[in-house]
Design a protein around this ligand. Structure first.
Ligand code: IPE
Ligand code: IPE
Ligand code: MG
Ligand code: MG
Ligand code: MG
Length: 324
């Protein structure tokens, strides 16, 4: 069974082998740039780890893993346009380094490149994995649209939020694991249990991402603090603050959300103070923990010896305590 670090090394090597030497260069430079910034490469590494539960020949899972990482990077380029985020992985976002048009088109080309890699999946599994991939890709776009829709609302509830993050984030992690398992020859039941493991882990992961947007260290996350606050993203923190804040605190929060001309630094500071006064940092971690526990329950049910599943369990634990 592969551990995360070994899986990640294999992924890095395989990613480096991808060649983007078509022209015009202006289209492919941003692709090379975003990939050169790396990131955690958690999704493809999880795919290889899932494969290794059922088959030592982890190369079987490389194609879906690479396709998923390319797809992920495409969503990040477009996400940064949508979210007006200027920094990604500690460096200028693609639309900052170049411009919005370059970010749109290089994102588009990355989505297509990801399908090109996917087309090389072993023929006997191509249909299954292709359908899984398409379902995932539609759901990510649907989740991103809900995320945008929610910006203008103040009545989003926690269940709507959980559905939104399941779509925009969790299904990609879930599908990485399921595709890896299928590529390794897993039974559908086990592949589906790993999907559920990934879905719950992905929800915990996005809760932590939202937490880090507020309480993280930009030196570690590679993103600016408070971007979600500035765009009134309905993160768990904001939804719960709107639910729990009473009296003057609630009035102040609503004013901060509606205020168009507020100084960004002041808005971020004031919203964070409200979050802290309501102890939302702790409440958010508790909810992430409960999804982590649910994830582990599904992993436990995968029909292979417990010892082999330890690297996945270890990674899940590391992930919910992550600071980057
Ligand atoms: C960022 O994902 C997008 C989210 C779903 C929160 P990651 O935090 O996995 O980004 P990289 O690939 O490691 O940079
Ligand atoms: C990202 O959610 C989801 C996708 C990219 C599909 P966020 O917008 O919270 O991700 P970051 O914080 O920009 O990485
Ligand atoms: Mg974003
Ligand atoms: Mg976003
Ligand atoms: Mg975020």
């Amino acid at each position: 069974m592969l551990d995360f670090d070994t899986a990640r090394q294999i992924v890095d090597r395989e990613m480096d082998k991808l060649r983007f030497d078509r022209t015009p260069e202006a289209l492919y430079e941003p692709v090379k740039y975003i990939l050169s910034l790396g990131g955690k490469r958690m999704r493809p590494a999880l795919g290889l780890m899932a494969c290794s539960l059922f088959n030592q020949a982890v190369h079987l899972a490389i194609k879906p893993a690479l396709a998923i990482e390319l797809f992920h990077n495409f969503t990040l380029i477009h996400d940064d346009i949508i979210d007006q985020s200027s920094v990604r992985r500690g460096q200028p976002a693609v639309h900052e380094k170049w411009d919005t048009n370059a970010a749109i088109l290089s994102g588009d080309v990355m989505a297509i490149l990801s399908y090109q890699v996917l087309a090389d999946v072993e023929e006997s599994q191509l249909k299954e994995i292709f359908q899984l991939f398409n379902q995932m890709a539609l759901q990510v776009c649907e989740g991103q649209q809900l995320d945008i829709n929610f910006e203008d609302r103040t009545d989003v509830d926690v269940n709507e939020y959980l559905k939104m993050i399941e779509l925009k984030t969790a299904v990609l992690i879930a599908s990485s694991l399921k595709a890896g398992a299928l590529a390794g020859g897993a039974e559908m039941l086990d592949a589906d249990l790993l999907y559920e493991f990934g879905r719950n882990l992905g929800i915990a992961f996005q809760l932590q991402d939202d937490y880090l947007d507020v309480f993280g260290d930009p030196g570690k996350t590679g993103k600016k603090i408070g971007n979600d606050i500035l765009s009134n993203k309905k993160t768990f923190l904001l939804i719960k603050a709107l639910e729990l804040a009473k009296g003057n605190t609630r009035k102040e929060l609503l004013k901060l959300i509606k205020g168009k001309n507020a100084n960004p630094k002041d808005k971020i500071r004031d919203v964070i103070n409200i979050y802290l006064s309501l102890q939302l940092d702790e409440i958010s971690n508790e909810l992430a923990d409960s999804h982590y526990s649910r994830a582990i329950m599904y992993l436990d049910r995968v029909n292979i010896p417990g010892e082999s599943k330890k690297p996945l369990a270890d990674f899940a634990e590391f992930m919910i305590n992550r600071d980057h």
